[in-house]
Design a binder for this molecule. Structure first.
Ligand code: SF4
Length: 637
């Protein structure tokens, strides 16, 4: 039988550790990773705590396949109450840290309290210790990883750490592991608030599996199929700029802070094969990945010659490029490295820089207001200075370090209108005004505007996933294929529930296409692997119920913090202004149709008119303790 997993509780205040057996019921209800993390944060925190206080907890979680021979089992999830949004925050990253945790015998590391000086946690094959990090404080991520590995005399120790941004409690700070970023929702600031510079893990044990032979045979076959498949060629050959380029061509790219939708004049510089030829040197995949989108890169010439690294994603190309009107790709590689060394969320940073550029263009701010920075479109040098100021909270960086939603009012009432976000989190440069289901997905995603958790693939005209007959059979109407139709509540709920699953197993999302599965890796394969790993049988309806359960836990967390219907809207210019150009020119969000779609969404979700999961729904999902907590917090009135 599979071991049920261990929660390692690290109390930094008392410097004590405790191990808690993860009970089988939790596995059944939430599987692992993001699911169990979310439930633990809900259980361990009281409503309305300050996310940067010792009362917050920070949890690292891996999944049931982490460290096994399954394809792409590399993710780990970092979860806490977010200092950026004030609701549940979480973010995940790949690499080798999650597998090392699992092989060290730990499924979740729950960090509470606050150390009285900078420390790092070492977990050596399950044996935990707290070590001083005074010599590491002030160092960037790459230096921190190198120094810890040197100090411990083991290059294969896996380290997740914060840079200067996390130390300075920058609300858009990320946690980084070998250039893989758990970037969103400010988890790096929570880590910094606990005086925790890093976690280092050595894991050499074999993961316990219910049926090892069955698991390995199944995994081997999947590796073969995926490795031979053309379906993953774009990731394998072209790496991270593919999404930027194809989104532009499909007419959804938010250029210059939504002033233009697609058709970026510098887009040819982002053509993926061109980027691959100029910068990529070798594959740098995550643990047991047969796809390999990670690339070792180097800028060959020009002012940034020699700038090297091991991973760059669409989440760097888009926000640092077209969103800011920047067509200089060399500079994006440089800023990608800066962000990964300071530990800053590049999506939040790029969007903030774009907003400031529009303020500058419209005369809302001057260079004087920005410490002399001339934030004209595409001015990457000014962007670099701004990023440095944010990382150290210097000058105007002090304001931007609070996140652009909090910073905007400090620049005047007019300034707020240019910030497009949901629940305090900006989105990644996709213009969804013509995609009504995806817009609702952004508005209701549980961690804020979220391109990874908001998409309704059935409505994307450029990437068809279903025929009208299939759409009719699955969602009761072929109208869901029409991007501008508001008949999207049902499909959105389906995609929201199913696309949680990779995060519960901590598998790479690319393995499952847009989250819906691929020909080579379907949810049936997931179920098969899970059976061999755990002895637990799951079919698709059961998996969807687990996805729904986790979504409701996350939603309940927001409701306990006072969020509800008023927050399920797009904020800023994308909520008010029509699409400026292209095929969908003039398209905007109609307020009446939006409210009707929201009503339908709540009804289908089993939530009340204010968007709160009802007691009946939570009880049906076997979440009675969550319902009790909401009752106690007065959420039901
Ligand atoms: S596809 Fe890319 S992100 Fe996913 S596991 Fe492989 S290398 Fe990592």
């Amino acid at each position: 039988m599979m071991d049920q997993g261990i929660i390692l509780r690290a109390d930094l205040t008392s410097r004590r550790f405790e191990k808690e057996q993860l009970d089988r019921e939790l596995r059944h209800k939430f599987v692992g990773g993001r699911g169990i993390n979310a439930w633990l944060v809900f259980r361990e925190t009281a409503a309305h705590i300050d996310p940067l206080s010792p009362e917050n907890v920070l949890i690292f979680g891996c999944g049931p396949f982490s460290g096994t021979s399954a394809p792409c089992p590399a993710r780990f999830n970092v979860t806490a109450k977010s200092p950026l949004t004030g609701i549940l925050g979480d973010s995940n990253a790949g690499g080798y840290f999650g597998p090392a945790m699992k092989r060290a015998g730990i499924d979740h590391i729950l960090i509470q309290g606050k150390a009285d000086e900078p420390v790092y946690i070492l977990i050596d094959d399950g044996k935990p210790a707290i070590r001083s990090a005074r010599h590491l404080w002030g160092k960037n991520v790459r230096e921190t990883e190198t120094l810890i590995k040197r100090e411990l005399g083991d290059k294969r120790i896996r380290v997740a750490s914060i840079g200067q941004a996390g130390e300075h409690l920058v609300r858009i700070a990320s946690v980084i592991h070998e250039e893989r970023a758990a970037a969103r929702t400010g988890m790096g600031a929570v880590m910094g608030s606990k005086n925790l510079k890093a976690i280092a893990v050595r894991g050499t044990r074999e993961v316990t599996l219910y049926d090892r032979e069955g698991f390995n045979t199944c995994a081997r076959n999947l590796h073969k199929k995926i490795g031979a498949s053309n379906a993953y060629e774009h990731f394998r050959k072209k790496g991270g700029s593919t999404g930027t380029y194809s989104t532009d061509k499909a007419g959804f790219l938010a250029v210059r802070n939504f002033q233009q939708t697609g058709g970026f004049e510098g887009i040819d510089n982002f053509e993926p094969l061109k980027v691959a030829a100029r910068y990529y040197k070798a594959n740098k995949p995550c643990f047991r990945c047969p796809i390999g989108c990670g690339k070792k890169f180097e800028v060959p010439d020009g002012p940034f010659a020699g700038e090297w690294g091991n991973k760059i994603e669409e989440g760097a190309f888009t926000p640092l490029g077209p969103v800011c009107g920047n067509a200089n790709v060399d500079s994006i590689f440089k800023m990608n490295n800066m962000g990964n060394q300071y530990g800053i969320d590049l999506i939040e940073f790029g969007q903030a820089a774009a907003v400031a550029m529009e303020w500058y263009e419209k005369g809302i701010v001057s260079a004087e207001d920005l410490d002399g920075l001339e934030l004209t479109w595409g001015n990457y040098e000014a962007m670099m200075h701004l990023m440095e100021k944010i990382a150290y909270r210097e000058g105007v960086g002090e304001l931007f370090a609070e996140g652009i939603v909090r910073a905007a009012p400090k620049f005047g009432k007019e300034a707020e209108k240019y910030v497009s976000h949901c629940k305090g989190m900006v989105m990644a440069g996709v213009d969804s005004r013509m995609l009504k289901g995806t817009s609702l997905g952004f508005a209701t995603a549980t961690r804020g505007a979220d391109h990874l958790r908001a998409l309704v693939p059935v409505e994307f005209p450029a990437f068809p996933v279903m025929t009208p007959e299939q759409a009719d059979a699955k969602f009761g109407s072929a109208e869901v294929l029409n991007p501008v139709s508001y008949n999207k509540a049902g499909p959105l709920i389906y995609y929201q529930n199913i696309s949680i699953l990779p995060d519960l197993f901590e598998l790479c999302r690319f393995l499952l296409g847009l989250g819906t599965g691929t020909k080579e890796f379907k949810y049936d394969h997931l179920a098969e692997l899970y059976y061999f790993a755990s002895g637990i049988k799951l079919d698709e309806p059961q998996m969807l119920t687990i996805g729904e359960r986790v979504f409701n836990v996350e939603r309940a967390f927001s409701c306990r913090e006072g969020m509800g219907r008023k927050d399920d809207h797009l904020m800023g210019k994308w909520a008010r202004e029509p699409v400026p150009n292209g095929k969908y020119k003039g398209e905007l969000i109609d307020p009446e149709q939006w409210e009707r779609m929201l009503d339908e969404y709540y009804r289908l979700r089993g939530w009340d008119k204010n968007g709160v999961p009802t007691i009946e729904k939570l009880t049906q999902l076997n979440l009675k303790e969550i319902a009790d907590s909401l009752k106690q917090a007065g959420v039901y009135g």
